[in-house]
Design a protein around this ligand. Structure first.
Ligand code: 6PG
Length: 258
C-alpha cells in the first residue's frame, strides 16, 4: 500500500472574528452535509476557550440538521456540568441552549464518576466506542470534525507542552491531574483520536496569538502540542485565524476563499 504523508494544513486568514464566524459556519455546514449524505450522522468534537462563541454562525442556520449531530468534548474539565469551568456549560450557554439539538446527542462526562479520574475517562472512552466501534470497525474513531482552540503556550485540548500525554499512542481518552492551567483535573482526547479525524479545525484570533501561531505553523519541529496535530491521510487540518493572529506567519495562506 502506498504511504501517504499528511496533507499540508490549509491556512485561512480573515479580516476579523466576524468573518471567521461566517466562514466557519459555512465550512461546518458543508462538512455536515457530506457526512450526513454518506452515513446519516455527523460526529463532532468541541472544546472550550473562545471556541463556543465562534460557533454563533450556526445559531438559526437552516442548513444545520441538529438531530443528526453527535457531539463530544475534545477535552473537558473534571467539574460538575453546571460549574463555571465546564466546557459543556460554555457550549450550552453559547450554542446548545439556542438550537434544537436533542440532549441525548451531546455526550457529557458521567458526573457520578468525578472523584475517580480513571473510571471517568474510561467511561468517556466507552461512550466513544459505543458511537464509533461497531459502525466503523477501526482502531481509532474517525470524527467528521474536531474543533480546537490553541492556548498562548501552544497547548490544544488538554495536551500541554512537555506533558507525558503527548506520547500517548493507545488510549482514546486520557486524564491528567496536573494541568498547568487551572482547573488541574481534566480529561482529553489523545493524539491518535485527534489525528484520525476527517477534518480538524483550529480557530485562533487576536494579536495575543501572533507569536505562538508563528511558532506552531513556521517551526513545527519545535513540537508544540498544536504542531503535533497532523491528521493521517486523507484527514485534513484547517486553521481559521484572523489577520491579527497571522501577522507574523510565513506559512502560505490558502489561495481559495471559502
Ligand atoms: O485549557 C484551557 O483551560 C483553556 O480554556 C484553553 O483550552 C483555551 O481553549 C485556549 O487557551 C484557547 O483559548 P482562546 O481560544 O480563548 O484563546
Amino acid at each position: 500500500m502506498a504511504h501517504h504523508s499528511p496533507n499540508p494544513a490549509i491556512l485561512n486568514s480573515f479580516a476579523n472574528a466576524d468573518e471567521i464566524v461566517d466562514s466557519l459556519a459555512f465550512f461546518i455546514a458543508s462538512a455536515q452535509k457530506e457526512a450526513i449524505d454518506k452515513k446519516g450522522r455527523f460526529t463532532v468534537a468541541l472544546s472550550g476557550g473562545s471556541l463556543p462563541k465562534m460557533l454563533r454562525g450556526l445559531i438559526g442556520n437552516p442548513s444545520i440538521k441538529w438531530d443528526k449531530w453527535q457531539v463530544f468534548y475534545a477535552d473537558e474539565r473534571v467539574v460538575p456540568l453546571d460549574h463555571p469551568d465546564s466546557n459543556h456549560l460554555a457550549c450550552t450557554n453559547l450554542l446548545f441552549s439556542k438550537v434544537p439539538i436533542p440532549a441525548d446527542n451531546i455526550h457529557v462526562l458521567d458526573v457520578s464518576l468525578l472523584d475517580d479520574l480513571e473510571e471517568l475517562s474510561d467511561a468517556y472512552e466507552k461512550e466513544l466506542i459505543r458511537e464509533f466501534a461497531q459502525k466503523d470497525a477501526a482502531r481509532f474513531p474517525v470524527f467528521d470534525l474536531i474543533l480546537l482552540g490553541m492556548g498562548p503556550d501552544g497547548h490544544t485540548a488538554s495536551l500541554f507542552p512537555g506533558h507525558e500525554l503527548l506520547a500517548e499512542e493507545d488510549r482514546w481518552i486520557a486524564y491528567l491531574e496536573d494541568s498547568p492551567k487551572p482547573p488541574p483535573k481534566r480529561i482529553t482526547f489523545t493524539y491518535p483520536v485527534i489525528n484520525h479525524a476527517a477534518r480538524v479545525v483550529f480557530v485562533a484570533a487576536g494579536k495575543e496569538k501572533v507569536e505562538i501561531l508563528r511558532q506552531v505553523l513556521d517551526t513545527p519541529e519545535d513540537g508544540l502540542p498544536a504542531s503535533r496535530v497532523k491528521p493521517v491521510f486523507p484527514g485534513q487540518l484547517y486553521w481559521f485565524v484572523d489577520d491579527a493572529a497571522a501577522a507574523a506567519v510565513q506559512y502560505p495562506r490558502s489561495p481559495f476563499k471559502l
